[in-house]
Design a protein around this ligand. Sequence first.
Ligand SMILES: Nc1ncnc2c1ncn2[C@@H]1O[C@H](COP(=O)(O)OP(=O)(O)OP(=O)(O)O)[C@@H](O)[C@H]1O
Ligand SMILES: [Mg+2]
Length: 337
Amino acid sequence: MHDQDRGTVSDETTVRLSTAEASALAARVLDEVERAVVGKREALMLVLAALLAKGHVLLEDFPGLGKTLAARSFAQALGLDFARAQFTPDLLPADLTGSFLYDQRRGEFEFRRGPLFAGLLLADEINRTPPKTQSALLEAMQEGQVTVEGETFALPRPFHVLATANPIEYEGTYPLPEAQLDRFLLRVSFGYPSRDEEYTVLTRRMERRREEVTLDAVTDGAGLLAIQDAVEDVRVDESVGRYAVDLVTATRTHQDVLTGASPRGSLGLVLAARAFALLRGRDYVIPEDVKAVARSVLAHRITVKPELWMTQVSGTRVVDAVLAQVATPATVEPGRR
Ligand SMILES: Nc1ncnc2c1ncn2[C@@H]1O[C@H](COP(=O)(O)OP(=O)(O)OP(=O)(O)O)[C@@H](O)[C@H]1O
Ligand SMILES: [Mg+2]
């Protein structure tokens, strides 16, 4: 589709990075983000891995745990335009996509771009908005474009969504259907900081004498595209690929499961594992990379049987169970070229 090609970084300007260079650049992004976000290294690595794997992330956690801070920090460090949309109950699709407005002076309608036209969009509390607006977001995530009144507009590349949702379903929320959760490559929770980390948050705030931390851009959109390209060079041994498939198929046959993860789950698992391997400075995936991302890739793609909804059984528990049950292949280091 030519609409999608427009506004992208053209081939001439595309930066090529070796996996080693891409890995070093990604590590600098992570270090920069950690100037703002205290602790949470594992969660930050997962979020970054999702971005490097061209994915979108669902941040599911309680208020005040640093989700907005992390999203803004990644946008700054990656040199991406940042936009934030609060998903209130009255948010309309056009509030996200933008709409045609009449330009008095020129006597014609002009498209005014909405917050979707950003490099990194923080979609805050997506479960507070009705399904129609949720779909507009998910369509844009899937297609990389929006259609308004029959006209199609390509979103910038890269375009990533970090969406937040509260894990407790309050009255008046619209939980995302499973089919839509599937669009998020990873679901990540930050969790509470340790007491030392929380104390560090306080002391850093006092030392800087103001609310905001401003981070330097370590790279830009073209740099991120180049790292994403380098992820495609990360190799996956057959034993590791088959291990990923075994894990995903095991989620389908687990006794507590109504529906397990789809092939989109196995594709996501391998892609996220490749990005994670790159972050860990390797150009090949080992089973440990698959394990490291498995919960975040698979748990939200699993529906447990309805009779278990009031119990402790959850997608995460099922993933833990299959990780314990499926035999881990030996780590194979591919021959150097
Ligand atoms: N790990 C952390 N490191 C540094 N600052 C933190 C951390 N966790 C929370 N904070 C600080 O706590 C405050 C709340 O964080 P933030 O606004 O990012 O939370 P949130 O998860 O987006 O909350 P909400 O769900 O209400 O939007 C901010 O001032 C943020 O800087
Ligand atoms: Mg927030």
